[in-house]
Design a binder for this molecule. Structure first.
Ligand code: HEM
Length: 404
């Protein structure tokens, strides 16, 4: 590297909770393949252009083998949690086996099923809003609605009865907030969760229902092209980990982005047919989506004319790519009717979000119900006071104070 080459500290911070760092536009323009230092102190290569991020995510040479000896460590403390370890190894992560796993699990997320679960989701949202209203304004839209709703939806998807939802919430919270709980609490929660899922799976085998686990059981064992019991169990746990915090934070960010300029909220009240495209546009413009997607290169490869040596760790910033003028007209503007909107918030390629149909449905239903129930909704603090959570994996807001 030449002496005048700049090395940025990553993640790049932004002063405002909902706005992107100015550096993104500068990098896209002048330095689309940039050198960065990660929180661990290790070096990586940051990509910010739409075409580059999309190309890398589609290219299997950019692997997820981040535990390779020469791969960059993302953080100084090894806090990957449940899914950095033995659990993750139970599910296939690459090649034909991974594709087979995706096909099996993905079968559940059909458009027909998503439509069928809308009324249940709306009821969950209605009940949570009832509770928030009962407690009185101001409420915290993140704690009162954003966090519980996706757990309840995942419980329904896994056929877990309503009375066990709070235990699921606790387990999910413990697995995701490794800094807030003691090692003993985390170990105990993991063991309980694992035991619960084993018993639950046995019960589903005896009496199948209309849930994802029953469907995976019905597909047969490995000899029939299906999954073994441990793989089914870990798939259930993985769906909770992948689908809870992501969706929970996005609910808070989506509502904040829409209330930050209330003419947006009013436009939606006047024309709820914009809900679908609005959800996509908030996903595209989410300036606080987290770390980005890391990939590891076991062989030398070229991106955008730059040769990346073997052993490079690449960070794909989907959030920066989603604001690339060469992919989106008036990219910095929020256009509630933007269509098509091929944003990369759910990733792209072989690992793109398997639960995106569910996430989209949840975001649409939350918005529908909020517009109907609380048309006077507004932020209870100035936008400038919204604070980011600087989590490693998933970005979000600390709280979303609202009144109505
Ligand atoms: C707004 C909410 C969500 C966002 C922004 C999001 C984002 C993402 C992204 C960017 C990836 C790609 C990871 C990679 O390439 O390394 C991903 C993968 C995944 N997501 Fe989501 N996700 C969301 C909600 C959900 C939900 C609700 C579920 C299921 C209940 C889910 C399940 C998964 C799974 C299983 C994968 C791994 C797919 C694979 O490796 O083949 N996600 N998600």
């Amino acid at each position: 590297m030449s002496a005048d080459e700049q090395v940025l500290t990553y993640p790049i911070t932004s002063d405002a909770a909902l706005d992107p760092p100015a550096k993104w536009a500068e990098l896209r323009g002048k330095c689309p393949v940039a050198h960065v230092t990660l929180p661990s102190g290790d070096r990586a290569t940051l990509l910010t252009r739409y075409a580059d991020v999309k190309q890398v995510l589609a290219d299997p040479r950019f692997t997820r083998l981040l535990n390779a000896p020469d791969a960059a460590r993302l953080s100084a403390t090894e806090d990957g949690g449940l899914f950095s370890s033995e659990m993750a190894a139970i599910l296939p992560d690459s090649g034909e086996e991974h594709q087979r796993w995706r096909r099996l699990v993905g079968k559940w997320f059909t458009a027909k099923r998503m439509n069928a679960i809308r009324p249940t989701m709306a009821r969950i949202a209605d009940d949570l809003i009832d509770d928030m209203v009962k407690r009185g304004a101001p409420g915290d839209l993140k704690a009162d609605l954003g966090f519980p709703l996706p757990v309840y939806v995942i419980c329904d998807m896994l056929g877990v009865p309503a009375e066990d939802r709070e235990r699921f919430s606790y387990w999910s919270d413990t697995l995701l907030n490794l800094t807030r709980y003691s090692k003993e609490e985390i170990d105990a929660a993991q063991a309980e969760f694992f035991q619960y899922m084993s018993d639950h799976l046995a019960a589903k085998r005896a009496a199948p229902g209309d849930d994802l686990l029953s469907e995976l059981i019905a597909a047969g064992g490995p000899e029939d092209g299906g999954l073994n019991d441990l793989q089914i169990l870990v798939t259930g746990m993985a769906l909770l980990v992948a689908g809870h915090e992501t969706t929970a934070n996005m609910i808070g960010k989506m509502v904040s982005m829409l209330l930050a300029d209330r003419t947006r909220w009013e436009r939606l009240l006047a024309d709820p047919s914009l809900i679908r495209t609005t959800v996509e546009e908030t996903l595209r413009l989410d300036a606080n989506s987290g770390f980005g997607l890391p990939r590891y290169l076991p062989e030398e490869t070229e991106v955008n004319g730059t040769v990346l040596p073997k052993g490079t760790t690449v960070i794909c910033s989907m959030a920066a790519a989603n604001r690339d003028e060469s992919a989106f007209e008036h990219a910095a503007e929020m256009d509630l009717s933007r269509s098509p909107n091929p944003h990369l918030a759910f990733g792209s390629g072989a690992h793109s979000c398997l639960g995106q149909a569910l996430a989209r449905t949840e975001l649409q239903v939350v918005l529908e119900v909020l517009l109907r129930r609380l048309p006077t909704l507004e932020l209870a603090v100035p936008v400038a006071e919204l604070e980011r959570v600087e989590g490693l994996a998933v970005g979000g807001l600390r709280t979303v104070p609202v009144r109505w």
